[in-house]
Design a binder for this molecule. Structure first.
Ligand code: UDP
Ligand code: MG
Length: 333
């Protein structure tokens, strides 16, 4: 069977009431696009009747695929399974609760055809509670944009469009599906943003609250560290450690100067404590750098992971090819 042009992947966790509303709308939108497609539902360990509903949708319809997890692994894991099993040239993830509008897929495809590899969507008029969702999300988005250097307005929107190559080498952990455009950009992909519609959830309950923002921010630290220092962690730990040691030495000298000029007894001078603390933490940091170097070497060498990403080779031994997300991926073509 030839690969479809478009794969839609939908994470589903207790969305029994939404599936009969979503599926016909989705089919209608897909048929209007006039391309070959497949729909992949990933049942993320639902405890309601979602799986039964999905089985019924897939029956006698080879274009509808269902993957059922053994338990709830989270939306990111569900999407990762979707990316892994999708065969389409373009992959579009979508929420199961109709908060995303299936009709926006046309706009995404158009943008991809302009030559982009990733199209991220901005829920400009987001229909979620302000205090628990929109406000923390606005803060997180600003931070992510600033730290990653990939300036988008809305990282959290599930609806996005990817060229297949972009998704194939990326491993997803924690809440990291929202960072795919950033991984892709760092690996050399062209990323665009478009404004999409957003609707309030009509039935069922949202699975998230405030705690997700904290997870996202912690993930951001990991992502930043992995990309900036993943091949040379010593530069980070060694740099910070040296600064701390220098601070320790500085305060140690001040303590000595005060001892001999003002007669302040060193053991009564609080600066001595500061000097010792800074120096010891500094030494610890440098040692941590050594350990991190060992870990990172094992990480790259045990899996034959390159420390670079090649875009094209001309007249070389290997055929020209595109590798995106090599730092995170384990597979190569
Ligand atoms: N979801 C999932 N696993 C989870 C939580 C959520 O697959 O552990 C799915 C959920 O069914 C929905 C999408 O992820 O299709 C987004 O979830 P939700 O609507 O609760 O998030 P919100 O729109 O409130 O951010
Ligand atoms: Mg939702």
């Amino acid at each position: 069977m030839s690969a479809p042009q478009l794969s839609v992947i939908i994470p589903v966790y207790n969305e029994e009431a939404n599936l009969p509303r979503l599926h016909p709308r989705l089919l209608e939108a897909l048929q209007a696009l006039g391309r070959s497609f497949e729909i992949l539902y990933i049942d993320d360990g639902s405890t309601d009747g979602s799986f039964r509903a999905l089985t019924a949708l897939a029956e006698g319809n080879s274009g509808v695929k269902v993957i059922r997890f053994a338990r709830n692994f989270g939306q990111t894991a569900a999407m990762a399974a979707g990316f892994e099993h999708a065969r389409g040239e373009v992959i579009v993830p979508l929420d199961a609760d109709l908060q995303n509008d299936p009709e926006d897929m046309g706009k995404i495809l158009k943008k991809l055809e302009e030559g982009y590899d990733v199209v991220s969507c901005w829920r400009k008029e987001r229909k979620d509670p302000w205090l628990t969702r929109r406000l923390p999300s606005a803060v997180a988005n600003k931070l992510i944009s600033w730290i990653s250097g990939v300036h988008l307005h809305d990282y959290g929107c599930t609806l996005k469009g990817y060229r297949r190559e972009v998704t194939q080498h990326i491993r997803l952990y924690g809440e990291m599906h929202r960072f795919i455009p950033i991984f892709a950009f760092w690996a050399g992909a062209r990323v665009a943003e478009i404004v999409v519609r957003h609707h309030p959830r009509q039935v069922g309950r949202s699975k998230y609250g405030l705690s997700r923002t904290l997870k996202v921010l912690l993930d951001l630290v990991t992502v930043k560290f992995l990309t900036s220092f993943s091949t040379k962690p010593m530069y980070f730990f060694g740099g910070a450690g040296s600064l701390l040691c220098a601070g320790g030495i500085l305060f140690g000298v001040i303590t000595l100067v005060e001892k001999y000029t003002a007669g302040t007894k060193a053991h009564r001078n609080p600066l001595l404590l500061l000097a010792a603390t800074l120096f010891l933490i500094g030494v610890q940091f440098v040692l941590m750098g050594v350990v991190a170097e060992l870990v990172i070497r094992t990480y790259h060498e045990s899996q034959n992971k390159p420390t670079y990403i090649i875009h094209t080779i001309i007249n070389g031994a290997a055929a020209p090819r595109r590798r995106i997300g090599g730092l995170y991926g384990e597979k190569s073509e």
